[in-house]
Structure formats: C-alpha cells, structure tokens
Design a protein around this ligand. Structure first.
Ligand SMILES: [Zn+2]
Length: 287
C-alpha cells in the first residue's frame, strides 16, 4: 500500500504540471456516488406524496447548490398529480445537453414473488437512486467553466405506470411539454447501478448518440456497455424523441429485483456507477 501511495502522489504532481493550461478532467468517483445511493435509501422509498419524496427534493436542490449549480424546481400538474422536476444548470454557448434520471420510486413492488410484498413500495436503490447518484457526482465533477449548456434533470413521477390513477413517465412528459427551444441531446440514465451491469443499446434511442456513448465506453474499457440491441423501453427519453429531440436511454433491464422489495443497496456497486459516470463525463467533454 505504501508504494501505491507514493506512486499516486507522483502522478498527482505530474498531472498538476501537465494540466496547467489545459483542462485536466477530474474523474468520476464511484464510491462517492454509492454514498449518494445510500443517502437516498436512508430516506426511505421516495414514493409520490410521501415525506421521503419531499426530503429527496430538498436534498437534490441542496446538493446541486453546494456543487455550484443553479437549481430550480419546474412544477406541473396532471389531474391530481403534482409533478416537481428539478433542473440544475451550468455553462453556456456551444451545445445544449440534458442529462436526466428519475428520482421517484415506485408505489408498489408488484413484481415481487411474494404476494405480501407486492403491496409494499419499491426501495428503489437501482431503480431511482442509482441514476440520481450518477447525476449528482457529475455535478461535483464537471468543470465550473463549461463551454456548453448542461442541464441535470431530476425527473419526478416516472415509475407508477400500470397502477390505477397513474401513468408511466409523467414527469418527463410534463417537462418536455414545457420545454422552450430544442436541446441538442438528452441522455437518460435509469437502473445503471446493478453490480452485475450489462447495458445493451436501447431500441428507440437515437442511433448517433448511442454510437457515441457506446464507443466512448469501449475506449475507456468499460465492458458493462454491450454494443448490441436488446430491449425497447418506455422510459423518460420517449417524450423527447416524440418532439424530434435526439435522446438516448442508458438502462440495464436485466435486473432480477426490478419492481420488487429486494431492489436494495446491496445490489448496487460503486464500479457500475463509475462505468456510467466516467463514460458520460468523457463523452460530455468531447461533445
Ligand atoms: Zn421502475
């Protein structure tokens, strides 16, 4: 360990010298992201109209602001449902890129094998908390002087489809309907914390964006990105695609704990979060 530390110190000094003048990119810290998954799990399931849902909104806003981002809530209502999407903004000029993840968790674990547990809310470690954690670590890692407009979008009311009184992707639909202007790219991350992470190309996603991101992952040697199609998902990229906006869904749908009471912290790994976060960080820098 001691030798490792000396080597690391030498690298820091060298990187500091080499980086003076050019933008030496910071790295995405998977462990820090995992701590943010845990922080959300400690709040309890972030289901609509619950104290945990209120708490996670405040926590996301505070996290964005402490990382130096402008942050605001975009409200909308659909029927009885009050939707609160959160947008963090930084940078201007060049391209306009939105990175999004849903922050709500599903009201019912209706895919659980145990009928008793199907009435419980989904804990949402992977399905909800993982995407939020990646966005928040990006907020801390992206440079302050961005030469493009980046928005981190925390999406409400995504995950209650097929439950009476609800629809899928209500938050992103409301956000896209309110959008003024046309972003150059929208990237959605969802269920990307699974320790056994296998992200296939999603069938509805914009092909060019998918190529770019999967090629970046290949270059960075993240085998978690598999350059083959597998699923077509009704996810938060759809409302953007429907409006002619290039959008991609980064999702690993091979998750045995999907919409069960077992979608818990132990299923998520720092390395999986890092694979996605670091890929997006590098892709963004080149975009
Ligand atoms: Zn879900």
């Amino acid at each position: 360990m001691k030798n490792m530390k000396i080597l690391a110190a030498a690298i820091v000094i060298f990187a500091g010298a080499a980086g003076a003048g050019c933008a030496q990119a910071a790295h995405f810290d998977g462990k820090r992201a995992l701590a943010d998954v845990k922080a959300q799990m400690d709040m309890g399931p972030r289901i609509m109209n619950s104290p945990a849902h209120v708490k996670v909104v405040d926590w996301i806003l505070a996290s964005l602001k402490s990382a130096g981002w402008t942050a605001e809530i975009r409200e909308a209502t659909k029927g009885d449902v009050k939707i609160r999407n959160i947008v963090g903004r930084r940078g201007q000029g060049g391209s306009w890129i939105i990175l999004g993840a849903h922050y709500d968790s599903r009201l019912l674990a209706d895919q659980d094998r145990d009928p008793v547990k199907r009435t419980l809310p989904v804990p949402g470690a992977n399905d909800g908390a993982s995407g939020v954690a990646v966005l928040l670590e990006l907020a801390r890692t992206l440079p302050k002087d961005l030469n493009k407009r980046v928005e981190l979008l925390f999406i409400d009311a995504e995950d209650n489809g097929d439950i009476p009184g609800w629809e899928w992707i209500m938050g992103s639909e409301a956000f896209a309907a309110q959008l003024k202007g046309k972003p150059d790219a929208v990237v959605i991350v969802d269920m990307i914390g699974d320790a056994d992470l296998n992200i296939y190309r999603e069938g509805y996603s914009n092909r060019t964006l998918t190529d770019e991101i999967w090629q970046t992952a290949a270059r960075l040697k993240f085998p978690q990105f598999i350059n083959e199609p597998k699923y077509q998902m009704e996810d938060d990229h759809i409302p953007f695609l429907e409006r002619g906006i290039a959008a991609v869904d980064i999702i690993d749908f091979d998750y045995p704990y999907w919409h069960t009471a077992a979608d818990t912290l132990d299923k998520v790994s720092a390395e999986s979060l890092r694979a996605v976060g670091e890929t997006l960080l590098v892709w963004l820098a080149e975009k």
